[in-house]
Write a protein that binds this ligand. Structure first.
Ligand code: SF4
Length: 341
């Protein structure tokens, strides 16, 4: 079955040639596929520098891959025909970290809701247009009478973000790419925004790629999880199994920093003291400088993904007794219906 949106062995390098000091490998050999049905929430989790923002930009077509391809319904996103490009702009919607930046401060909030209705000709009459707006606001738990007529600065961060979820709902996409949608929102309001995203999946069959630095919220709403470390997949599969019993030493480190998954407990950044002075080769495991389990071969070789369970793949030599899978096979470990323990 052709996936709706797919990253096929994608590598993205910023900067010049091999000896250019500004050269950065932001994402390496990354594959994932979002099917049309059933809808799922895939959490992509990583620290700053893990490549998750680059992934979001690649999936939206904002940047092109250095190697590999992003496919929309089997067609290369960079070479879409005009009609397919228009379908893509409707089918794949984004929700960003800072909802305030998306608003024009001089327009009332209804402007962001009515604009796509007019542009995409989604309503046959003025009455139908306002029905669509009110219905979408109510679906995300906002009262139209308390929301419409206001300027963006008169709403809370959580309300502004839920208006953006309502906007996505009006457009009725197949996929929403939510890039850190709750990181600038008060902890008390995060649950309502995350709940709205979950409703989009459950009631409207919209798949969500939830990009975050926060393992706790990934656990809260994800079906599947991809843990990125310096542009490569460390571990991927069903979210419950991975968060409750992580296999990769890096995922263990992350989960260990959150004894009780709690949205109030953000994931801490890099611990510089954890870096060890190991003489590794450029082809070494990317985690070797921080890994308490590192072996001799980790200094020289990049581990492939090993499928350790039905719903888990781990890029670590500790699991080399399990069958190795290619990056492009990674989504075979994803669950497609319901959370997997
Ligand atoms: Fe650690 Fe080696 Fe596994 Fe890398 S491959 S995570 S260095 S044990």
């Amino acid at each position: 079955m052709t996936a709706l949106l797919e990253a096929q062995d994608v590598t993205k390098i910023f900067g010049g040639g091999l000896f250019d000091k500004t050269r950065t490998v932001a994402l390496e050999g990354f594959s994932m596929a979002i099917q049309r049905d059933p809808a799922t929430i895939t959490a992509v989790v990583g620290e700053s520098g893990s490549g998750k923002t680059t992934l979001a930009r690649l999936l939206l077509g904002a940047v092109s891959p250095t190697q590999g391809a992003i496919l929309y319904k089997g067609q290369d996103l960079q070479r879409l025909a005009k009609s397919d490009a228009r379908a893509f702009l409707t089918d794949v919607q984004a929700i960003f970290q800072d909802p305030f930046e998306v608003y024009n401060p001089f327009y009332r909030v209804e402007h962001v809701l009515t604009m796509p209705i007019d542009y995409l000709k989604l309503a046959g009459s003025r009455e139908q247009k306002w029905d669509l707006v009110e219905e979408a606001l109510e679906t995300v738990g906002l009262r139209p009478e308390e929301t419409l007529g206001r300027y963006p600065h008169q709403l809370s961060g959580g309300q502004r973000q839920r208006v953006m979820v309502a906007r996505a709902l009006i457009i009725k996409p197949s996929i929403i790419l939510a890039d850190e949608p709750v990181s600038m929102i008060d902890a008390s309001l995060r649950a309502t925004v995350l709940g709205s995203l979950q409703r989009l999946k459950e009631e409207f069959g919209i798949s969500i790629v939830y990009i975050t630095h926060d393992l706790a919220t990934a656990f809260q709403i994800g079906d599947n999880i991809i843990v990125l470390y310096r542009g490569s997949v460390a571990e991927a599969g069903g979210v419950e199994g991975i968060v409750q019993k992580p296999s990769h030493p890096y995922t263990q480190l992350l989960v260990g920093s959150i004894p009780n998954p709690n949205p109030d407990h953000p994931w801490k950044g890099e611990d510089e003291s954890a870096f060890l002075d190991r003489k590794s080769e450029p082809t070494a495991c990317k985690f070797v400088d921080r890994c308490p389990m590192a072996m001799e071969k980790c200094l020289r070789q990049t581990p492939p993904l090993y499928q350790t369970e039905e719903h888990r793949a781990v890029a670590c030599f500790l699991y080399e007794d399990s069958p190795a899978i290619e990056n492009k096979e990674m989504d075979s470990v994803f669950k497609v219906n319901g959370r997997v323990k």
